[in-house]
Design a protein around this ligand. Sequence first.
Ligand SMILES: Cc1ncc(C[n+]2csc(CCOP(=O)(O)OP(=O)(O)O)c2C)c(N)n1
Ligand SMILES: [Mg+2]
Length: 564
Amino acid sequence: MPTHAQSVSRVVAEHGCTHLFTLMGDGNMHLVLALAEAGVEIVEVRHESAAVAMAEGYGWSSGRVGICSVTHGPGLSHTATSLLVAARNRSPLVLLAGETPAGYTGAQLFDQRHLVEACEAVYRPVTAHDDAGSVVAAAIAEAARDRRPVVVGIPADLIDATVETTHTVEADPAPTMLDVEVHAAAAAQLVEKLRSAKRPVLLAGRGVMASGSAALVRELAELTGAALSTTLPAKGMFDGHPLDLGIAGGLSHPDAEPVFRDADLVVALGAGAGASTTRSGQLFPDARLVRLDTVLDRDQAAVGGNDVRLRGEAHATLTRVVATLRSQEPTEPWFHPARPLPDCWSAELDDYQPKLAPGTVDPRHAVLALDQALPEDAVIVVSNGHCSGFASALLRTPAPRSFHLAQGFGSIGQGLTTAVGVALGAPDRHVVVIEGDAGFMMHAQDLDTAVRAGARVTAFVLNDEALGTEYHRLKAGPDTGALAVVPTPRIADVATAMGALGRQVSDLAELGDAARDALAAPTAVVEIRTSRTVESRHLRWRRIPVPAGAGRRATAHEGDAHAS
Ligand SMILES: Cc1ncc(C[n+]2csc(CCOP(=O)(O)OP(=O)(O)O)c2C)c(N)n1
Ligand SMILES: [Mg+2]
């Protein structure tokens, strides 16, 4: 019989996992050795949080379940934020964690299950009666089925012991399908709501992407004359479609906002439609909100008393809705479609021109220049922070699966590490990450991991030498924001010291060349010195007046029933 370590290694290798993201300790070092022997490439990280973030990114880009491993005690506690990020992003991954041996009373003992469950992941401990390999196989299936992180706890004294059972833990890999009647009921309600609406907007989220239903949503918009839009994580899903208004929420195109404000029905499909997407309801002040999702969880906290929740899988429900509506004459769109980028930002760029600090650039123009410099099929990972507003709003993401938002749980500092995993999971794509200076410095040590692992990642760090979000929020009140200003070392030099290519840009004219050099290097960091005087529109929107009714077409079918 094999050892538990060998049994786990065989399962991981058979799953097709090419990389394991890990930092070793007593609890997992023999497991890591066995995985290396089984031919899995070992990526040794500098902080355990990075191991989980990389496994999440790897899973997202490769389509497999990403796998990582940490030791017990502090090794596991370091993963907490990244586990929560993955759980909120509904990302499947498996974390192989050491457990202190039975009878252990040393310093590293703590309640691992409680930590993992508080981080909204599932804990699956291995006992002496199990085959650790079969527990891991079941965990991989469970993570994929339920789209969540699963942590397998393997006691350190078991890992090199011989497996003594042929008993296998079974997991049902099939997703829990909802009944036909559930979909028929949801579809009937959706048809009824769309028929009685005059100014509908379809708001699609990651659930539409994950279920391959984007084409159905496009057809539904064409049949009903509804506007198409996406949540931020699903950005780019309808790029190029004439009815597409882009992102709904704080980062909406200025031209799209008046249309959203006029909507009388918003149909959220596989989308959380939470406070940031609806601007706490203020983006759609007159709309009834109908949500369709498989789970109606707390991400979808009600925005108003007016909303309707429908339970159903996007693909099954939309197939029925579209089939019903195909029998009618398609309805003309009720709105003026937004202009394509960058036209719909031109008024904002013209009207808002703060004076720039010397030696810095306007982050909006930096991002627009990047948009020109990036390869069409680049995968763009966007981190959290004030800078992410510029990147998410202004960068185009035309290629399929080309945008990943490393912002689950609202954490900063997840961008670079997630991007390394994305790059190793999709070695044929060029991965670009947009980070803030504080987010970059939070996990700068794992740039070293990126270099050692040969991850093809280009980081563009928008360095305003500040916790920009806090700086602007404090400045909007009586404070100067001075305490949110945190000087950085020269980030380009930090990158060079770690073996990456490093460039600093303090003039827009230098950005094109720096981006070209950086994109040609295996791992690179371009530090763009940005001016703190420019505040992203998503923080200013409350102060910007929007004319009511500006998005409506004359009176095309005002008063008509929307469809019959
Ligand atoms: C782990 C964590 N710590 C603190 C915060 C609060 N926070 C939100 S945005 C932000 C500023 C990040 O600064 P930077 O990465 O430089 O981006 P910027 O906002 O300056 O563009 C901070 C500290 C957070 N969201 N997550
Ligand atoms: Mg900053």
